[in-house]
Ligand binder design. Structure first.
Ligand code: ADP
Ligand code: MG
Length: 606
């Protein structure tokens, strides 16, 4: 039923879309055209704000830039609307790159305020720049033509606008369900973890920003040639707030939410604009107040917007396929057939010869204000060795991990990875050289599936970017990356949870997920920060067995762990830290008897 059902739903939706403008009265078709135009902008915001967490009140500026560019070219310079499109998008791209480069560095509220500022600036620019018709704008734009066909009324424009909107919706859905999409979905809450997986989060934020701006630009171009005129009023700050409203109302994390949000806001606004002044007996923009109230109710009742609430009422079997389609593609597709018989595998790094040094840290210092967290720490770890790092809480173990993995910069000291200096490098560069890690406080994208979370670990082993993803030219690579994620999940014993939301796993399982994610990077050096915390006895045994196997394959493993039974039976050597310093080092049996260690442990909280 499910595959058939989905196709029936799709075919019906397509038929309805084609028939709609022929059946509805002209004014209703015009409204739907407006909904389509708004959908494009709201869709950009769904990806930018809802998914990546970058709040912009200024999308109308990009809509306006493209609209004015095409208006000026096609009226004053009598160019074709297609030239207007190219110029409008080029201008939008340039503006987005410039604004993005300047403002994306700002964090949180400052960024949002910057978007309001540029929104206001551009509104006055349109109103005052000579040659743009001041506040009455530019009119007499030509319609868009394809061959001899002119999209010159609301019904014809419907097909153009909704054709473009559907393509954009599909492209956005494809984008989010891809290698880049996983990284984008990590941006909002887990940018640091994504960097440790090798993602260039700054570049990715800019790419997402440009993507949303270009969708605004396309909407502006369609808007200009649909209305056949442009004026600054369509691109004021109000419009920017409306677009954000649409993204939130629809459910800011789902691409189809953009349609729902654009539809609800556009139609409701139009209806309230008529109704409220009649009810109240006065003219005014009362709909703004109603919208404000609606937003509050919505955020109270269904924090994720309308779409998730609707989906809950929707028959399960009709649900549109969402994430990880490559992994579950129909058996007929060659990629998934091979993943069921012989898993496609990724090329692997040349392993280090057992015994050669993989990690050499010396003289590391780190101070947080007046607190010395790590002082003069040195470590050596060879391929095929497990080194345990123990010490009381607050001894500096996690800080040392952060220094070694490039998450924090050391005040002094050096770190070598397979001989190469890395202490000045950022986490993603260190990851590229073969370091993978887990975090003491689990870092995962809770709304993403277990499989996708783990596939993020293989980020550096893929190469396909956002453009390939939107065009679905990444399916072969995706199948291989997801197969690798599945293989590592099977290894840590999570094969039964592939498609569950990662946030639903028990804490111990989330730790295993992080190990699988780290293994997906095919590392030379594995840093595990308290991996056995929260695991049951049997799970600990299985984890110890896995770590022994990895050691046998030549991996170097640095392990922080409080469970002494787990550590003693597993590690080759122990380093003990207290107050940021090394107080003992050696084989477990020896270290156990070391007077300083006995003092630290027995004299301490235990
Ligand atoms: P451990 O992992 O051994 O329990 P940590 O490395 O987490 O210890 O912490 C070492 C010390 O540094 C602690 O006193 C902790 O409070 C402090 N510390 C850790 N991270 C920070 C930070 N980002 N800012 C300020 N102090 C920190
Ligand atoms: Mg710690």
């Amino acid at each position: 039923m499910s595959a058939m059902g989905a196709w029936v739903v799709r075919a019906l939706a397509a038929a309805a879309l084609v028939a709609l403008p022929l059946l509805l009265p002209e004014f209703a078709v015009t409204m739907l055209d407006y909904v389509g135009l708004a959908t494009l902008v709201a869709l950009g915001l769904v990806v930018l704000t809802g998914v990546a967490g970058i709040v912009s009140f200024g999308q109308q500026a990009f809509v306006g830039l493209a609209a004015y560019a095409t208006a000026l070219l096609t009226t004053t310079f009598a160019a074709s609307p297609w030239v207007g499109l190219a110029a409008g998008l080029a201008l939008t791209l340039a503006a987005a790159l410039l604004l993005g480069a300047v403002t994306l560095r700002l964090s949180g509220h400052y960024l949002s305020i910057a978007t309001i500022a540029w929104g206001i600036a551009i509104y006055f620019l349109f109103g005052t720049l000579p040659g743009l018709g001041a506040y009455s704008g530019l009119d007499n734009l030509p319609p868009v033509r394809v061959g001899g066909f002119a999209f010159d009324d609301a019904r014809k424009s419907f097909y153009l606008i909704w054709g473009v909107a559907l393509l954009a919706l599909l492209a956005a859905r494809n984008l989010l369900d891809s290698r880049s999409g996983r990284a984008i979905r990590a941006l909002r809450f887990r940018a640091g973890m994504a960097e440790s997986c090798g993602v260039d989060t700054a570049a990715l934020r800019l790419q997402v920003f440009v993507f949303a701006a270009l969708l605004g630009g396309v909407s502006g171009w369609l808007h200009a040639h649909f209305l056949r005129f442009v004026s600054p009023y369509a691109f004021g700050v109000n419009a920017g707030i409306d677009y954000l409203f649409m993204a939130v109302i629809g459910g800011a994390t789902q691409v189809w939410g953009a349609v729902v949000g654009a539809g609800v806001v556009t139609l409701l606004r139009d209806w309230l604009r008529d109704l409220l002044p009649r009810l109240i007996g006065q003219s005014g923009n009362f709909e703004i107040i109603v919208f404000g109230a609606l937003m509050i109710v919505l955020l109270q009742r269904t924090r994720d917007g309308l779409v998730p609430a609707l989906v809950r009422c929707w028959p399960k079997a009709w649900a549109l396929p969402r994430a990880a389609t490559a992994a579950r593609a129909s058996p007929a597709s060659p990629a998934s057939r091979s993943s069921q018989t012989t898993l496609p595998t990724l090329p692997r790094r040349a392993p280090a010869t057992p015994g050669t040094p993989v990690l050499q840290a010396s003289g590391l210092h780190k101070r947080f204000g007046g607190l010395v967290a790590v002082a003069d720490m040195s470590l050596e770890l060879a391929a095929g060795e497990i080194l345990g790092l123990i010490g009381p809480n607050g001894a500096g173990k996690s800080t040392l991990f952060n220094l070694v993995s490039g998450v924090l910069a050391a005040d002094q000291g050096e770190v070598r990875l397979c001989g190469a200096r890395v202490e000045r490098q950022r986490a993603r560069a260190v990851a590229r050289q073969g370091l993978a890690r887990t975090f003491q406080h689990v870092h995962l994208v809770s709304s993403m599936s277990v499989l996708e979370n783990v596939a993020l670990g293989a980020h550096l082993r893929g190469a396909k970017g956002p453009l390939s993803a939107m065009l679905r030219r990444d399916r072969a690579e995706e199948a291989v990356l997801l197969a690798e994620a599945r293989r590592q999940l099977e290894r840590v014993g999570l094969a039964d949870h592939l498609h569950e939301a990662a946030g639903n796993l028990a804490l111990g399982q989330q730790r295993l997920l992080e190990i699988a994610r780290a293994l997906c990077a095919d590392p030379l050096l594995l840093l595990l920060d308290e991996p056995a915390a929260g695991l049951r006895w049997g799970e600990k045994q299985a984890l110890a067995e896995l770590l022994r196997e990895l050691r046998g394959q030549g991996l170097a493993i640095l392990l922080v762990e409080h469970d002494m039974e787990f550590v003693m039976g597993l590690v080759d050597r122990l380093v003990v830290m207290e107050f940021g310093r090394k107080i003992a080092e050696g084989p477990p049996a020896e270290v156990q008897q070391h007077p300083a260690v006995l003092e630290a442990y027995l004299g301490g909280e235990e």
